[in-house]
Design a protein around this ligand. Structure first.
Ligand code: HEM
Length: 265
């Protein structure tokens, strides 16, 4: 895929450097992220009232949705959307392997991520003035991604156990069905907390981007932000393109394999 670097400003190189944008996420990744966001929100909105059916708010939401049967129908429908997004995502990863794309996948956790985490804690505690230098994704973004992978796996396994209990109990002891229900509901709470406490802060409420990071909507990021937040990736791109000014003015050839999986929920 060709990655476009667009010149935005015309009043001097400093201003240009701060406003020039680079393509960070393809349309496919953005659609994936959008469907993930919609499906998880609808699933939480239709699942949690079932878990807390004995509360006033739980019953009001179920009534609002047209009753328990309708609520369950919406839940299962959006569960299929989530399964579809997951299959598509795995398919794109498999496709990259089949195309022989080399190098470690951008979301793979490496020793550098663990070192970065320790160094970031040292920075935050005031032991050093230097922040770690990140590549395409920092350790927080990678952990955010793996939370989604973990959660989705649990939801799909336990959700289908609850969906097809007769079939499952032919092969597994009956106890797995209530156990799946407990795990499913517990994971749902964990997912909601993770989105509110971790994802909202890491993706939107950080001082650098507050109140909203539009990268997953526009697909773009300014070169200035790329330099500050992902200096190793920035340097690699500049090396390919020449000077930062060249980078602003030309279209860079960057392969789809460099494009990471979507951001988290
Ligand atoms: C592919 C994914 C999913 C599948 C197949 C699935 C399926 C199910 C099924 C079959 C039920 C039982 C109610 C019913 O019969 O409709 C259920 C309940 C529930 N789901 Fe999901 N679900 C999925 C994802 C999610 C997600 C992403 C959340 C929240 C973020 C969630 C939250 C809940 C909750 C809280 C309950 C109630 C559990 C209880 O009664 O204790 N589900 N789900």
């Amino acid at each position: 895929m060709r990655r476009k670097v667009k010149e935005m400003g015309r009043k001097g190189s400093a201003r240009r450097a701060s406003t020039a944008e680079i393509q960070r996420f393809s349309l496919g990744r953005r659609i994936e992220h959008f469907l993930l966001m919609i499906s998880v929100n609808v699933l939480a909105f239709t699942g949690l009232p079932q878990k807390y059916f004995y509360t006033g708010w739980g019953q009001r939401i179920i009534q609002l949705l047209g009753g328990i049967e309708q609520t369950r129908f919406i839940h299962r429908t959006f569960a299929l959307v989530l399964v579809g997004v997951s299959v598509y995502h795995l398919g794109t990863l498999l496709w990259q392997v089949l195309r022989g794309v080399s190098g470690s996948p951008p979301m793979a956790l490496t020793m550098k991520d663990f070192r970065d985490m320790v160094d970031d804690f040292r920075y935050l505690l005031g032991f050093t003035k230097e922040r770690p230098r990140y590549d395409r994704f920092d350790y927080q973004q990678k952990l955010d991604y793996w939370f989604v992978v973990w959660g989705t796996t649990i939801f799909i396994i336990t959700g289908f156990i609850m969906w097809f209990p007769e079939w499952i109990s032919r092969y597994l002891p009956g106890i797995v069905i209530p156990a799946a229900r407990v795990a499913h509901g517990g994971e749902a709470l964990l997912a909601v907390y993770a989105v509110i406490l971790w994802h909202f802060y890491a993706a939107h409420f950080r001082p650098q981007v507050f109140p909203f990071d539009p990268a997953m909507w526009t697909g773009k990021i300014t070169l200035k932000r790329l330099r500050e937040e992902h200096p190793l990736e920035y340097e690699r791109i500049i090396k390919t393109l020449g000077t930062p000014r060249d980078a602003e003015a030309q279209t860079a050839v960057c392969s789809e394999e460099n494009e990471g999986p979507p951001g988290p929920v």
